[in-house]
Every structure is written in structure tokens, then in C-alpha cells.
Design a protein around this ligand. Structure first.
Ligand SMILES: CC(C)(COP(=O)(O)OP(=O)(O)OC[C@H]1O[C@@H](n2cnc3c(N)ncnc32)[C@H](O)[C@@H]1OP(=O)(O)O)[C@@H](O)C(=O)NCCC(=O)NCCS
Length: 221
């Protein structure tokens, strides 16, 4: 076994992405695909177990697998944790694995950095630039001329229209719709901002803000 692949995280996010990872390896290796090449990493485990038919082990056990090329998809929704794990993997010389479904549509001039997770029915349209470890969940789309930073997360069915810039660590909730910007004035979602599920965003969202509703307004608790 020369290559081993892992989905880091066996909670909901990881278990939803594992079938996408399986499909990708089947595309890559065809009949040579070996399910033993693909495992879960779960730091809570003290002994190996099975999750949805896949071996699950802790990170140290994964590190100890020898001698293999290792690639890991980080399947953790929390973007700060995703960054910590990405830094750890990079320090340990392990590749950040990009996974996408065969039902993901990547159209034209799309540039995406390492470690992305593109679920089934995600569409990335034209002239789109995306940073590290982007998560786009089921049915989300990114339209033309968008720039998306590092560790950005889209829940299912996010509508990200043209000329939108989304800064690092922003989280966009399920079903949110973001109004298009223009080439000279893109709509901006600031660093670490949270857009609530179902929000309709019509204006820039400041860094760190939480917005909800239609039209989206700051959530004041
Ligand atoms: C916006 C959000 C981050 C706020 O979370 P929170 O800080 O824990 O907020 P709470 O649940 O305490 O709710 C605070 C208030 O806002 C309301 N609220 C929360 N989210 C809302 C939303 N998306 N739209 C409208 N109102 C919302 C609540 O009903 C509550 O109102 P109340 O004070 O009158 O009872 C969260 O509700 C959200 O939308 N997260 C995205 C979830 C998602 O998309 N998950 C996908 C998983 S794959």
C-alpha cells in the first residue's frame, strides 16, 4: 500500500464527505481502488474502530502507518480548528487533500487552493478564486468573479452571486442568498463573519459580525 487517504473528523461533516472521497478514489483508481486505503481520523479514539465501514483511528496511529504517502481531507466545520489541523498536517509533511464529487460542476477559470471539499451538486462558475480548505456543502454555488479567502465554509444551498468577496474564516449558513456586487464595488463579507441560515444579504457584512434575516441585519442578543 503506497498511498493512504484520510478524512479527518468522523462527525456529521466527515461522514457526509466520506462517500465523496470514496467516489473520488474510485474515479482515480478504478478496479484498483482498495477501501483499506481510506480511513477516518478521530482524535477521540484510543483504539481503532469502524465508522460506516471504514477503519477509524487517532492521529498518532495514522502518523505511525509506514511507509506510505499520506493525504488528508479535513472534514471539520469549525474553520479555526480546520486551520489548526491544516498547520499540523503541513508541519508533519502530509498533503491537504482536495475532494470533490463527480456531480460537482467546475466551469471556467476556477482557481482553488489545497484542501477543498466540494459536495455533490456544488457549482463554481467562471473566474472564481478560492483559498485553502474551502468547504462548499450540497447544492451551494459560487457565481462569476468571486474571490473567497482561506478556511471559508458554506453550509448547504448557499447562493453566492457574482462579484462577491468573502474573507478568511467567514461562515455562510444554509440557504443564505448573497446579492451580487459589481466589478468596481464587490459585495464584501468580512473576515470571520457569520451569515445565518436563510439570510438575504444585500450589503457588506463587517468582519466578525453575525447577520440574520431578510434583509440581513446584525443579530443582537
Ligand atoms: C445565526 C446563528 C449563527 C445564530 O446562532 P446563535 O448565536 O446560537 O443564536 P440563537 O440560536 O441563540 O438564536 C438567537 C435568536 O436569533 C434567532 N435566530 C437564530 N438564527 C436565525 C436565523 N438564521 N434567522 C432568523 N432568526 C434566527 C433565534 O430564533 C433567536 O431568537 P429569539 O431570541 O427571539 O428566541 C445560527 O442560528 C445560524 O443560522 N447558523 C447556521 C446554521 C446552519 O446553516 N447550519 C448548517 C449545518 S450543515
Amino acid at each position: 500500500m503506497n498511498n493512504v487517504f484520510a478524512v479527518y473528523g468522523a462527525s456529521g461533516c466527515g461522514r457526509s464527505l466520506m462517500p465523496v472521497a470514496v467516489e473520488q478514489l474510485q474515479r482515480l483508481y478504478g478496479d484498483d481502488y482498495d477501501a483499506k486505503q481510506l480511513v477516518f481520523i478521530d482524535d477521540a479514539l484510543t483504539v481503532d474502530t469502524k465508522v460506516n465501514g471504514h477503519v477509524a483511528m487517532n492521529y498518532q496511529r495514522f502518523i505511525d502507518l509506514q511507509p506510505v504517502n499520506k493525504s488528508v481531507l479535513i472534514a471539520i466545520a469549525n474553520s479555526q480548528v480546520r486551520q489548526q489541523l491544516a498547520d499540523k498536517l503541513t508541519n508533519d509533511g502530509i498533503a491537504l487533500w482536495h475532494v470533490q464529487s463527480e456531480r460537482t460542476l467546475v466551469m471556467d477559470s476556477v482557481c482553488i487552493d489545497s484542501g477543498g471539499a466540494l459536495s455533490p451538486f456544488v457549482t463554481l462558475a467562471a473566474n472564481v478564486t478560492i483559498g485553502k480548505c474551502f468547504h462548499a456543502n450540497l447544492y451551494s454555488y459560487v457565481e462569476h468573479d468571486c474571490i473567497i479567502g482561506d478556511y471559508v465554509t458554506f453550509a448547504p444551498r448557499v447562493s453566492c452571486n457574482g462579484n462577491i468577496h468573502i474573507h478568511d474564516h467567514a461562515y455562510i449558513g444554509a440557504g443564505a442568498v448573497i446579492k451580487q456586487g459589481t466589478p468596481d464595488k464587490p459585495l464584501i463579507i468580512g473576515k470571520g463573519a457569520i451569515v445565518g441560515m436563510g439570510a438575504v444579504v444585500t450589503k457588506d457584512v463587517p468582519a466578525g459580525a453575525v447577520v440574520i434575516g431578510n434583509p440581513a441585519r446584525p443579530l443582537n442578543k
